[in-house]
Write a protein that binds this ligand. Sequence first.
Ligand SMILES: Cc1cc2nc3c(=O)[nH]c(=O)nc-3n(C[C@H](O)[C@H](O)[C@H](O)COP(=O)(O)OP(=O)(O)OC[C@H]3O[C@@H](n4cnc5c(N)ncnc54)[C@H](O)[C@@H]3O)c2cc1C
Length: 483
Amino acid sequence: MIRTGEQYRDGLRDGREVWIDGERVADVTRHPAFRPIVDVKARMYDMAHEPSYQDALSYVEDNQRLSTFQRPPREKSDWAAKTHALDLFFKDIRGVVTRVGDETVGEMWSLRDGRDVLAEIDPRFADNIDRHIEAVLRDDIFHVSANTDPKGDRSRPPQQQDPDMMVHVVRESDAGIIIRGAKYETASAYADQAFLKPTLGAWTSEALSDYAVGCIVKMGAPGVKHLCRSGFAGRGSAADYPLANRFDEVDALLVFDDVLIPWEDVFFYRHTRAAQHIRATLHRYSAFPFVLRLLYVADMMVGTALWNAKQTGLDKLQGVREKIADLVCYREGINAHLTAAIAMAEPSPGGLLMPQQSMLYAGRVFACANLPQMMHVARELCGGQICVTPNASAFAADGSRPWLEKFYTLNDAWESDDRRKLLAFARDLLNSDYAGHRLTFAQFAQAPHFNHLAAVYNSFDFAGPLDFVRRSAGLSDRVQGSL
Ligand SMILES: Cc1cc2nc3c(=O)[nH]c(=O)nc-3n(C[C@H](O)[C@H](O)[C@H](O)COP(=O)(O)OP(=O)(O)OC[C@H]3O[C@@H](n4cnc5c(N)ncnc54)[C@H](O)[C@@H]3O)c2cc1C
């Protein structure tokens, strides 16, 4: 059944060990660094109970109301429903967040697509996948993703350095397996559980390894420690940093200090072929909601640049319109990939409907690789005033207010307060610490660029181009056999 925001908050008060800036956090729902983003996630839960949103954010199955965001997709309309629900959510919170559950739950569906492969390798665990997918749906669990280990010296296998540089199993008991190591993870401190799986390395050439482990980890389990980076909320006022203060998604180094994983939460263990399988298919669903976020980031850049040009009258210039058109092409390029990926959606091995894979992965490369350039275009269109404008308190103080009103009032429609607000918004979108962090997030959070490209290479059907060139160049039939 769908949860309420308050039930979600109660679930976070489980004695979890969270550290930030040297302080042990007593309650993440109340701490200033976490409260804004916990409130955003709680709002996502609460919206599904409100009459005006309920039919979009939830659906009824077996007399139970379940979340649209958690629904395994079987029809194109399921993808349209998810997209619509996210649109309502972003418009309600008036911003963009990424790791709020719908973008990570798809990793579990990918694992179920490989159920038969995993069952063939080790039949003990296949039922656990089905049960966990059902549990996420029925209990409305906020699920995040644990992929990246610290890894240490990449030129050495984990066995030849501190073995904890990559998560591994140290022993097993009747109750389950005991894991040690660490992962980088956005939102772990305020999520319910994570799907943990390995980063692949040289060790995967072995048939069996203690490093080949995939499981569910409860974020409040004994031995789990969330060592968070410093938050952006509260570094400046909300009037000056309107995005950082509402939408900072705090990342953590998540340490596993001999954590017991009960057998019912284990998906695979020791078989490196299982680890390779899940890594190869991990983002086949979840890349869609990830890229969809960047469509909204593009909208924010288009809107910010155009409002700025309208405020200053620069929108009348052809050269300015061309730069805004560049931003629009970026926005529509993302839109086209996402639209096509669903229009051409494919059945998955597990009976779900997955976005057409090469279109989706090419869209992820397009959206992530062009983001730095597009942020630069938007920043350049906003001009230097985004980084030299005084803060809101200067606009309010007696001594400076008259001067700032004089120089920031543009005409009858644009008074100084709206000019200041737009410039503060633009700074937090394009120029602030938070803006830089979000750019890095887009480049790495789901996977690094080389991994995005590998996904394109592995999903594109090369038969068409190869055959076209073979015929066009008059190559012999023998070359066909060399493929
Ligand atoms: C803001 C943020 C949030 C994150 N959130 C999460 C999360 O929620 N869950 C999670 O699991 N991880 C998360 N990560 C971690 C992220 O997945 C990793 O940063 C990413 O996988 C790269 O690993 P690394 O940082 O250790 O880079 P490294 O492995 O040190 O690589 C650094 C660079 O070296 C080059 N390189 C390395 N290996 C290769 C190769 N084989 N081929 C070509 N080039 C290569 C690339 O240029 C690469 O970017 C997050 C990261 C950031 C920055």
